[in-house]
Design a protein around this ligand. Structure first.
Ligand SMILES: C[S@@+](CC[C@H](N)C(=O)[O-])C[C@H]1O[C@@H](n2cnc3c(N)ncnc32)[C@H](O)[C@@H]1O
Length: 338
């Protein structure tokens, strides 16, 4: 991470700042030399924010107050440009724990989509780790690269983005038995399990994030039928917010109910056959071609982004990262308030 853009200390030029103004309205700005936030409530100069501690309250020209905070990673991913559905923070947190992502780990991820999960994986595997992210579509990879650079301030040396299909590209990107963790967030993860089994180290973890119960079933049975993994475990995470004010202490009326299921399994050592896997192989479930046909984006309720909208997201992500680069370049030693 660019040391000048570390997520602590007083605000500097180039920092992204989340401003909460009258009626809780939020604005995100990148601090620039002569930058100003104009609203119908007045003008707030970026120069008023530079040098102030994170969490300060500033008053604009109209006398209205704004709370300034650096966006946390969970705030950033929810507001960044997206081309595909992102992994929500509640699931990302669970993925880091269930897939046991650790500092120094070699992690494979597919697909990259908008790069939300990549940011969490980069943070957890750290600069001594290695994240190889695969994405079929070049435009998604562009959005993800721009989002990661906007948040981290540069393109991390521990991150490699490979554009192409995981099954085709994985053997060329990782040696057999060398990958510690694999996270698959895609429509048909079962298509990738054989390739994943080849690169995972014995005891390594594969985790799939899927939206529907039919996908969950198919990938679980596929993993089981290979005989190369421990019996898969599945769960979903529901986080319900609470309203806590005086005596009104109760669950929020609204919540994000369903996002996806997580399924994990661990790679067995070559030739190992645990007793319960041996029993289950006798009553192997099967899927007919007609079932396989059912897993199309439309059938599982995935609304694919149009090419026009995706190009718009690429431009948005590019504008954000260009803004962050310009502001960071303009940051002068005078603005260094440490
Ligand atoms: C739901 S998105 C991933 C979102 C991402 N995890 C995030 O948090 O922003 C799924 C992505 O997987 C990609 N994809 C699907 N199958 C793939 C494959 N076999 N290899 C590489 N990418 C794939 C799709 O193009 C799509 O961008």
């Amino acid at each position: 991470m660019n040391a000048d853009l570390r997520p602590s200390g007083p605000f500097r030029l180039g920092d992204r700042v989340q401003l909460t103004g009258p009626k809780g309205r939020m604005h995100t700005v990148t601090l620039r030399d002569a930058g100003e936030l104009h609203t119908h409530h007045g003008v707030l100069k970026h120069a008023q924010i530079v040098g102030q501690p994170d969490g300060s309250v500033l008053t604009n020209s109209g006398g209205h107050e704004y709370l300034a905070l650096r966006p946390l990673l969970r705030d950033f991913v929810m507001s960044m440009p997206r081309g595909a559905a992102i992994v929500y923070p509640k699931d990302a947190a669970q993925i880091l724990a269930s897939a046991d992502i650790f500092p120094g780990a070699t992690v494979v991820e597919a697909g990259v989509g908008s790069g939300a999960l990549s940011l969490w994986l980069l943070r957890a595997s750290g600069p001594s780790g290695r994240l190889i992210s695969f994405e079929r579509r070049e435009e998604f990879a562009q959005v993800a690269r721009a989002n990661v650079e906007t948040f981290l301030g540069d393109d991390p040396a521990s991150w490699e983005v490979v554009v192409g299909d995981l099954v085709e590209e994985l053997p060329g990107a990782a040696q057999p038995g060398t990958v510690d963790r694999v996270v698959l967030d895609m429509l048909a993860p079962w298509e990738c399990i054989d390739a994943v089994a080849d690169v995972l180290t014995p005891g390594g973890v594969v985790l799939c994030y899927v939206a529907t119960a039919t996908q969950l079933s198919r990938v679980a049975e596929y993993i089981r039928a290979t005989g190369l993994f421990t019996d898969p475990e599945a769960n979903e995470t529901m986080v319900r917010g609470w309203h806590v004010e005086g005596l009104a202490v109760r669950p929020d009326h609204r919540m994000v109910a369903h996002t996806g299921f997580l399924i994990t399994a661990r790679r067995l050592a070559p030739g190992a056959v645990p007793p319960d896997v041996r029993k289950r192989a006798l009553k192997k479930p099967s899927y007919a071609d007609v079932d396989v046909e059912a897993w199309t984006p439309g059938a599982v309720g995935d609304r694919e982004i149009t090419d026009k909208n995706l190009r718009k997201r690429v431009r948005e992500a590019q504008r954000a990262v260009d803004g962050a680069r310009v502001a960071a370049d303009r940051a002068t030693p005078d603005a260094d308030v440490d």
